[in-house]
Design a protein around this ligand. Structure first.
Ligand code: ADP
Ligand code: MG
Length: 406
């Protein structure tokens, strides 16, 4: 049985015309001999009636601190509505479609409400449906604990659902359908001449996603990578081939071996705060261990960490900066907090050991009078912290400087 998982994001299922295009993609897969398993997200984006954010707003306007268990119950509704409407669309076209919640599709998670982790997937029910030539329409973003509690997988979780089902079913391919033609060299909302990447490695796309490219969830990539299942990111609204994500180090259309690309893409993350702590030099070893332990105990995740004798710097997301500052004060240190920061990164699987990458990066920013607050690099990425108002200029400048415009 040639199984394909086809995931359709929120904008792909938002109107009858768009759902007709989704139907077309499912029918085409069947014509090609595939047995599709369909995963859908909630319909539309913020402001639209059945979008996840709208449902959240409904509840949070009543009580801002509603318990996370109940938040998951209301967030469950978005995908249920979407999946039922999509099932009706298929049934209307004469296909035998069956709607399943995440739990009904066999996705078992831990009980970490609002960002649950998949523990295992039991594909028995899906396989039974496929053998009967039925089309399962699975609610993305959802799971169920072993004792039957509804859970959700966090933002972008429908991608994870698709990969997890693909892995459990040993699918030939997982397709992530969205509103852009594939993974691009930068967010097309910022760089209008961003280019589609025709192929990319799991590692690079994980880096892009972790560094802010919201086009696919990094967890989805990790799950597919473990079982070496190819992922394709493509548009619901066109017939272009999209971006193939695999392990294979082949060449892209510009003749560059994927593994050798110095720069694959430019990404950004907004909403960060920089925390700076001055320490008396001879206490610094002890101080950093106390500070990072306190952050961990408070469940605060930290990024862009620079530890020097006399100074500790890192970033946290803006909403929890105040809480982080308080914890540091409780330790007896003084923390300066700089709000309205953003992280901009260049990612490239072939960046390692290429001299001059940092110089190129810094030149691009200084030519545009952009202040660098902090830097951090790895084998496959360079990131800087800058002021939020510089993000668009920085992304555009780096995109051009690293040759991604052409
Ligand atoms: P969906 O609802 O289909 O899951 P998302 O909004 O999660 O869609 O992801 C698609 C969006 O990701 C695009 O509309 C695009 O603006 C944004 N995006 C950010 N970075 C990139 C990138 N590097 N390549 C493509 N799209 C990107
Ligand atoms: Mg998404």
């Amino acid at each position: 049985m040639r199984i394909i998982v086809q995931k359709f994001g929120g904008t792909s299922v938002a109107s009858p015309e768009k759902r007709a295009m989704v139907l077309g993609k499912i029918e085409k897969a069947r014509e090609q001999g595939f047995y599709p398993v369909v995963v859908v997200s909630a319909m539309g984006r913020k402001g639209e009636p059945y979008a996840t954010d709208t449902l959240l707003g409904l509840t949070k306007s009543v009580y801002k601190n509603i318990a996370v268990r109940e938040l998951d119950q209301i967030m469950y509704c978005g995908e249920i509505i979407s999946a039922v409407v999509m099932t009706a669309t298929l049934q209307n076209a004469g296909l035998e479609a069956v709607m399943l919640t995440g739990g009904q599709a066999g996705i078992i998670t831990d009980d970490n409400f609002t960002s649950a982790r998949i523990l295992k997937v039991d594909p028995t029910r899906l396989i039974t449906l496929l053998k009967m030539r039925k089309v399962p329409i699975v609610c993305g973003f959802q799971g169920m604990t072993a004792d039957g509690e509804f859970t959700t997988l966090g933002r972008g979780g429908s991608d994870t659902t698709a990969s997890a089902l693909g892995a459990a079913l040993n699918a030939e391919l997982v397709e992530i359908y969205t509103d852009v033609d594939g993974i691009m060299t930068a967010d097309p909302r910022i760089v209008n001449n961003a280019k589609i990447l025709d192929c990319i490695s799991y590692g690079e796309v994980c880096q892009l996603a972790h560094q802010g490219a919201k086009v696919i969830h990094p967890r989805a990539v990790e799950i597919a990578m473990q079982k070496n299942i190819p992922l394709v990111v493509k548009s619901t609204f066109s017939d272009t081939p999209g971006t193939l994500i695999t392990n294979i180090a082949k060449e892209d259309t510009r003749g560059n071996a994927v593994a050798d690309r110095v720069a694959t893409g430019v990404t950004y993350v907004n909403g960060l705060a920089q925390i700076k702590i001055e320490i008396v030099t001879d206490q610094s070893y002890n101080a950093s261990s106390k500070v990072f332990r306190a952050m961990a105990d408070a469940g605060i995740s930290v990024d862009l960490i620079n530890v020097h004798p006399g100074q500790i710097m890192f970033t946290v997301s803006e909403e929890i900066a105040e809480k982080a500052g308080t914890r540091i004060q409780d330790l007896g240190y003084k923390a300066g907090i700089l709000y309205n920061c953003a992280k901009v990164s260049v990612v490239g699987g072939g960046m390692r050991e290429v001299p001059g990458v940092m110089a190129t990066f810094v030149e691009a920013l200084s030519a545009n009078n952009i202040t660098i607050l902090q830097t951090v690099d790895s084998h496959t990425s360079i990131s800087v912290l800058i002021h939020k108002e510089d993000v668009e200029d920085a992304v555009t400048a780096l995109h051009a400087k690293f040759g991604l415009d052409s």
